[in-house]
Design a protein around this ligand. Structure first.
Ligand code: NAD
Ligand code: GLY
Length: 364
């Protein structure tokens, strides 16, 4: 396939960049040649799992460059200042300079870590995101948020650092375990709920094909879901307003993940329960009907995503929501769905209402 034939959507922000869809890993080199005449050195940052699966295919197209592969272990704990420092040492040993280009090859952890590294190495070097998980393809590779974690919380040290391009090869999803697919599905269903009722219906009607990983249906799913993200960040790259909608379900989900010490609940499961809690709250506020709440629960259930959690203390969860980055002046700011295809920023939810929503997703 020639570069001109590749499907792409454009993020039109302060500096615009393309999101290529269905772009073979082997062809990224040709694109880099066409765009960046001064690049000689490339650092591929990836993890051991992804390197074994896909580094060779990517490197096949990069034969004209001096390429170094920097591989870190898999896992969220890699998003750390310690790893950032080690990457810096390794990059300098490889002779990296301001003209070096970073390729983040992996899921959201690698995208965030390598992206943050690119944002601060010699005050910023060029970055290409090559997402290999469903979550990364529909969400984290798009929009320029990069970060590492701090003991005080996730993504506390970060930046807005948009990539020069996002290069999405759908075939990398073939090796993704279903538990990881679920994380991406939770975010994709969230995207549908925020702005795209047609996508919500797509998830309802394509259950079997999605579960069987039908490549045509997956292509449509990733394309439609990433389009939601592109559309939102194109209007509000730095999260001054609209982009906050992407946090639907996350204020509840993060509190749950924190309460459970990130054990026994994945991010996607936290988001799923968070979406249901937000739907109950929206119902209490008159933003959606009980039937719509049931529809959301049914859809999440269809994909094996949880709609309730056992044995949690709602008061503790409410308290943990105080740490949410969206809050202002001690007031909790929440994103609530309005039906199944719109969402609003709610500034007037009382603790009693939030507590009530929590109670409806906690089973004994
Ligand atoms: P991840 O990056 O940890 O990847 C999940 C697992 O899948 C890892 O073990 C990885 O080795 C493996 N893997 C990756 N690609 C694979 C493939 N093609 N085949 C088989 N295995 C593969 O998790 P994730 O869900 O992709 O990302 C989660 C991270 O993303 C979190 O740190 C979160 O904070 C971040 N995030 C960032 C943004 C953003 O806008 N920057 C948005 C959402 C989430
Ligand atoms: N995942 C939320 C955002 O990118 O804003």
């Amino acid at each position: 396939m020639s570069l001109a034939e590749l499907q792409k959507i454009e993020v039109t922000a302060a500096r615009s960049y393309p999101v290529f869809l269905g772009a073979p890993l082997e062809e990224l080199g040709e694109y880099l040649h066409s765009q960046f005449k001064d690049v000689e050195h490339i650092l591929i940052v990836t993890n051991q799992v992804v390197a074994e699966l896909y580094a060779e295919r990517l490197q096949k197209g990069l034969l004209d460059y001096r390429v170094n592969l920097l591989t870190v272990p898999a896992g969220e704990t890699e998003k750390s200042l310690e790893r950032l420092s080690q990457l810096t040492t390794a990059a300098l040993r490889c002779g990296a300079d301001r003209h070096t280009l970073v390729i983040a090859l992996g899921g959201g952890v690698i995208g965030d870590l390598a992206g943050f590294f690119a944002s601060v190495f010699m005050r910023g070097i060029r970055l290409i995101q090559v997402p290999t998980t469903l979550l990364a393809q529909v969400d984290s590779s798009i929009g320029g948020k990069v970060a590492v974690n701090h003991p005080a919380g996730k993504n506390i040290i970060g930046a807005f650092y948009p990539p020069r391009a996002v290069w999405t090869d759908f075939t990398t999803l073939e090796s993704l375990p279903w538990s990881e697919v679920e994380n991406g599905l939770a975010e994709s269903i969230k995207h549908a709920l925020i702005t795209d009722s047609g996508l919500f219906e797509f998830f309802e009607t394509q259950e079997e094909s999605i579960k069987q990983r039908d490549p045509v249906i997956w292509r449509e799913m990733v394309t439609r879901s990433s389009t939601v993200k592109v559309t939102i960040v194109s209007q509000d790259e730095q999260e001054q307003g609209l982009r906050a909608l992407l946090n639907l379900g996350h204020s509840f989900g993060h509190a749950l993940e924190t309460a459970m010490n990130y054990r026994g609940v994945t991010h996607g499961q936290g988001v799923s329960i968070g979406l249901v809690a937000a739907a109950y709250l929206a119902n209490a506020k008159g933003l959606m009907t009980g039937a719509e709440v049931d529809r959301i629960k049914h859809l999440l259930n269809t994909y094996g995503l949880p709609i309730e959690i056992k044995g949690q203390d709602p008061e503790v969860l409410l308290h943990l929501m105080q740490a949410d980055k969206k809050n202002q002046g001690g007031r909790k700011i929440l994103i609530l769905p309005q039906g199944t295809g719109q969402a609003v920023i709610a500034r007037d939810c009382t603790d009693a209402e939030i507590l009530d929503a929590w109670k409806q997703v906690i089973s004994v």
